[in-house]
Design a protein around this ligand. Sequence first.
Ligand code: HXC
Ligand code: NAP
Length: 287
Amino acid sequence: MLRPDALQGRTIVVTGGGTGLGRSMSEAFLRLGANVVITSRKMEVLEKTAAELEASTGGKVLAVACDIRKYLEVEQLVTAAVAHFGTVDSLVNNAAGNFISPTERLSSKAFETIIDIVLMGSVNCTLAFGKHWIDKKERDKTVLNIVTTYAWTGSGYVLPSACAKAGVLALTRSLAVEWAKYGMRHNAIAPGPFPTKGAWTRLMPGEMMERFDLKKRVPLKRLGEHHELTDLASYLISPFSSYINGEVVTIDGGEWLQGAGQFSGLEAVEPGMWDAIEQMVRGVRGS
Ligand code: HXC
Ligand code: NAP
């Protein structure tokens, strides 16, 4: 979608960059000329991904182990990234934790765990990189937060994630205004269903995938393809989106709007029924 040098010479930090969508975004950024820092808790996963991405793209990848719940470790991440690449241009807050559970089965600790990873992890990274950029008077920086569509609708059975992602959306919009003066832009992407091992095993385990066919919920009747999301992410962190600030872009094939529209369920009406329905409706007069 973008020209091949769209991210040339820029350095992008991707949290949760060793797996799933974070890995796919990292690969796309490398193909557009960026250096990438991938970070998560599991160094062996990061090292394997870094080696594979360097081999497939010819780009430079730094793997840094960091638990984003711990601010000290995040500060060390900033130091390591800057020491290695000289500067950081973009932060992608992609790391997350989530699982399905009826809320009454959750302990307070379970709730706190998800809030810590998703909300506090994004806050910690944004604060540490943001303060670094402000301190160094570096401008033209972008932060991209990966949220979900239930950040604004809410959702049962994933309550901690819904609360945390709503917080990340508020973080995005708040800092888009407050920190614009420092030359930063803050945007978000709200993906619909994109197959990844991390999400699928925790949100649709075992036979649930067949029972709750996610494709049926999407007007386009298919799941997202990773390149569709990575194209959008590349655009939003690049200078080509320089006037987009504080936006959340939904990429879900129309899924959440289908759920929201009161009459969207009429999709289930057999086409042959519409003649009879129209006659009934037209037959209503003057009442
Ligand atoms: C109820 C559970 C639970 C479950 C854990 N807990 N799993 N409670 N049901 N299925 C409770 C534990 O009992 C414990 O509480 C507390 O949560 C912390 O659990 P730990 O296992 O100690 O936590 P930790 O090792 O930090 O692991 C965090 C994790 C894990 C979130 C539980 O799954 C993880 O590391 N996930 C990272 C990757 C991930 O989740 N990817 C999916 C992102 S998908 P007690 O009280 O017992 O101590 C996504 C998609 C969104 O976000 C939208 C899709 C459309
Ligand atoms: P994933 O592969 O499980 O990605 C989550 C990543 O977060 C992992 O790499 C994990 O690595 C990292 N992580 C978890 N806790 C961490 C911590 N404390 N510190 C640092 N890193 C941590 O799942 P995914 O599907 O690609 O999800 C990526 C993002 O997309 C998430 O924000 C998710 O909410 C969002 N999303 C996904 C979908 C979808 O359909 N897939 C839909 C909507 C939104 P470690 O375990 O090694 O730490």
